[in-house]
Design a protein around this ligand. Sequence first.
Ligand code: NDP
Ligand code: 2IT
Length: 445
Amino acid sequence: MDLNNIMNELVKKHPGELEYHQAVREVLESIEEVVNENPQFESAGIIERLIEPDRVLSFKVPWMDDEGKVHVNLGYRVQFNNAIGPYKGGLRFHPSVNLSILKFLGFEQIFKNALTTLPMGGGKGGSDFNPKGKSDNEIMRFCQAFMLELYKIIGPETDVPAGDIGVGGKEIGFLYGMYKKLQREHTGVLTGKGLGWGGSLIRPEATGFGTVYFAKEMLATKNETFEGKTVALSGFGNVAWGAALKIEEFGGKVVTLSGPDGYIYDPAGITGEKIEYMLELRATNMDVVAPYAEEFPEATFYEGKRPWEVKVDVALPCATQNEINEQDAITLVENGCICVAEAANMPSTPEAMHVFLNSKILFGPAKAVNAGGVATSGLEMTQNAMKLAWTREEVDAKLHQIMVDIHEACVKYGTQKDGYVDYVRGANIAGFMKVANAMLDNGVI
Ligand code: NDP
Ligand code: 2IT
């Protein structure tokens, strides 16, 4: 495989799509060796077919605000690869959303979903709609307008969207309502649904819980646990919330969270009611964490900064892509951080990732670490198909087992000669082999 040539061609075809190039390059670097060992992949054009989405739907979303003014946003769905199951992946509503970001997310999703062991292909969608400061009625009208286009290409056996940044239970409810009206069917076409209309227990907590289950396995390889460890979290959304709950249960102490305005350092620990306060803060739709320090005076707010300067044992980025740069990574390592597990998608820049890998600390990449979210979406699809609901304990036990299995797959494919586990390589190779073999079996399509 000629990696540089493939990358040059990709960049030429899709100039300026930097996040997409970044995600593809990372995977190709990891799998180069196994591709070279398997000439059947090369002759079947597996790499060239894998790095280009099957199709992209792009549409405009006109909607009316509470004052009667009309706005036009852009909407997308990237159906990347369905070799092992229906397209599956979240919807992101954030002003930064563009095709490059959705293609990077859709591409990552292919391998992440393969790692879950469940039959799901990869996809992603979203809009540059900014939920910040919008009323519930405005969000409802936007979601309805978005679904008026999206419904044409999704379905419970075709493509099953879910939440991501800016899309939680409320938005899924509005989207589902419109889909149901248009298609006149009540099926598992979206995941992250409310418990009363087809949702699964544990789905809201799943990404955060799964992250901590995975990090626990990583720590165990060094005979370590969360007990007594300090943990830095970024973000203050759904994923950060679930992670904080589970870290508290495992005896760790979360000392930071962050938003676009800066970060909070709470040396007393973000526990109990403070974790619930995080959700309240998020629900205000105002994109700020500063009020936390007013509510809990033992905490300090650092404006415009990121939490990676705080001395901690474990770091779990839970906000967004490229939120840890090279200098942040150096600071974390110099401060004695022993484990970084990516709950957000692609939160470390390539330079930061190299710092972590070169210093041989435990480093878990997003597609393995945060796979618990989509895995539980897969469990929601199973429950919908069976038309029954599992208990909290049943779903949690399945999620836990899936994370243990993903960890094992990473160790199997990522252990180096010196015994160091390169989880990036492990996750990329394990996910790739499954998808590539399915593509081979299905012929050139
Ligand atoms: P939420 O919208 O609930 O929270 C996202 C958090 O990140 C918010 O605090 C948000 O603040 C912050 N954030 C977003 N963009 C930026 C930015 N540019 N700079 C600083 N902070 C930012 O989303 P989730 O918790 O669902 O998602 C968090 C991460 O986890 C994302 O990377 C997502 O892709 C990933 N993920 C989510 C899964 C899920 O099931 N929800 C599953 C797997 C991964 P604000 O909105 O104010 O900018
Ligand atoms: O990035 C992700 O894996 C998600 N946002 C969850 C996707 C899903 O379909 O549950």
